[in-house]
Design a binder for this molecule. Structure first.
Ligand SMILES: Cc1cc2nc3c(=O)[nH]c(=O)nc-3n(C[C@H](O)[C@H](O)[C@H](O)COP(=O)(O)OP(=O)(O)OC[C@H]3O[C@@H](n4cnc5c(N)ncnc54)[C@H](O)[C@@H]3O)c2cc1C
Length: 355
């Protein structure tokens, strides 16, 4: 029996998702403590070359399940493909990204096999004689839940995307790659992905957004937030904010950022009226370029910002919006570049985001 730790990974547009690589790296750390191997499993069609990327992020063994019917996601297809492989490997811990796809198949597997399953997990510790202890935030982040099942033979945990970030790949890691070509019955797949629509950058999940416009208590109310929404529209950015803004109902609850909200890693993060409390900053650590507008020059967000603007957002926002609208009317294809031309040295990395 190969007593290993298994990470089930996934792809998007032919690439491994960052959330998958995070899971592999988390798995690598846990496996080192347990003295077991990390096996990454990947389902798809012609995905075998991605095994090297999984190895570079810490997988010691990779099982690639190849079948043309797995070219597009199907929860039934994934269950048909994964069940025999998992039965064979008999892992003690199964890690997977907390994604829509995984939420479509893993709860069904856990129900069939009577396995403990934890969502929104932020970390896995190893305690006692090697029991996995799953950590997740609860009560709006006021507490952390520590969950263990001493008698479970297999525990499944779905790791929140962005909870740990992705480290640099390491070349030269040896890995054992097994390619499995199962006999699937696509006619019995009850669900199919017909096509994947390109994400609208304004409504995309914040953890995947490349540009974010964020509002805090300083926006002053729903009207201020509506102005920020217009700015996000102009910049084709996603709208987010602080927990205070969400608690007041100015923003959807699933769009607040921080240690108890979404963890984000955009190329450009524009914060208006956000003070920069520790819980909020914990959610933007991996942002590439932060621009903050705040009337208080001592606000902590200004220390984190690459560009700190001290001023009243209610004066700055209308000017910025008017400038962007004028550029749009003049047919400028990219509104960020000309609007910020004077700030190019600071903004250069963020300007490379795709429109
Ligand atoms: C257990 C726990 C978990 C938490 N988790 C999170 C979390 O995940 N995410 C999160 O965001 N918060 C979280 N919080 C709350 C956090 O501690 C802060 O209270 C919150 O982030 C502050 O939000 P804010 O910046 O919008 O408001 P404030 O701290 O009130 O800041 C408003 C800012 O706006 C500025 N301002 C005011 N008027 C203007 C103007 N006209 N122009 C420009 N600037 C202006 C002010 O100078 C100020 O800096 C948590 C708290 C607890 C206790």
């Amino acid at each position: 029996m190969d007593k290993s730790l298994v990470v089930v990974t996934e792809t998007l547009n032919g690439e491994l998702t960052l959330a998958s690589l995070e899971c592999v790296e988390e798995g690598r750390e846990i496996a080192d403590r347990l003295g077991v191997r990390v096996r990454a499993i990947l389902c798809g069609s012609e995905v075998a070359p991605l095994a090297q990327t999984l190895a570079a992020h810490g997988a010691e063994a990779v099982t690639v399940i190849e079948h043309e019917a797995l070219a597009q996601f199907s929860a039934d297809g994934w269950l048909q493909a994964l069940t025999p492989v998992l039965r064979d490997v008999q892992p003690a811990l199964l890690l997977a990204p907390d994604s829509g796809q995984v939420r479509a198949w893993l709860p069904r597997l856990s129900a069939r096999w009577h396995l403990p399953l934890v969502g929104c997990c932020i970390r896995v510790n190893i305690i006692g004689d090697g029991y996995p202890e799953i950590i997740r935030n609860t009560y709006g982040g006021a507490c952390q839940e520590r969950l263990i099942w001493p008698y479970a033979t297999l525990v499944c945990a779905m790791l929140t995307p962005g909870a740990r970030g992705v480290g640099a790949p390491r070349g030269g890691r040896a890995t054992e790659v097994t390619v499995v070509r199962p006999n699937l019955e696509p006619a019995r797949f009850r669900d199919r992905t017909l096509r994947t629509l390109p994400a609208d950058p304004r409504t995309v999940d914040l953890s995947e957004a490349e540009r974010i416009v964020s509002g805090g208590f300083g926006v002053g109310g729903p009207d201020g937030m509506a102005l920020l929404r217009q700015l996000a529209e102009q910049l084709r950015a996603a709208l987010g904010g602080t927990r205070v803004a969400a608690d007041r109902g100015w923003l959807e609850t699933q769009r607040f950022i921080g240690s108890t909200g979404k963890i984000v890693a955009p190329k450009l993060y524009l914060a208006f009226g956000v003070s920069g409390a520790g819980q909020h900053l914990a959610g933007i650590t991996d942002s590439e370029c932060v621009i903050a507008v705040n009337s208080d020059r001592t606000a902590p967000i200004l220390q984190r910002a690459d560009l700190a603007v001290v001023g009243d957002l209610h004066e700055i926002l209308p000017i910025l919006l008017a400038k962007l609208r004028a550029l749009a009317a003049a047919g400028s294809p990219d509104l960020i570049r000309p609007a910020t031309v004077a700030l190019e040295p600071v903004l250069a990395p963020a300007l490379e985001v795709s429109p």
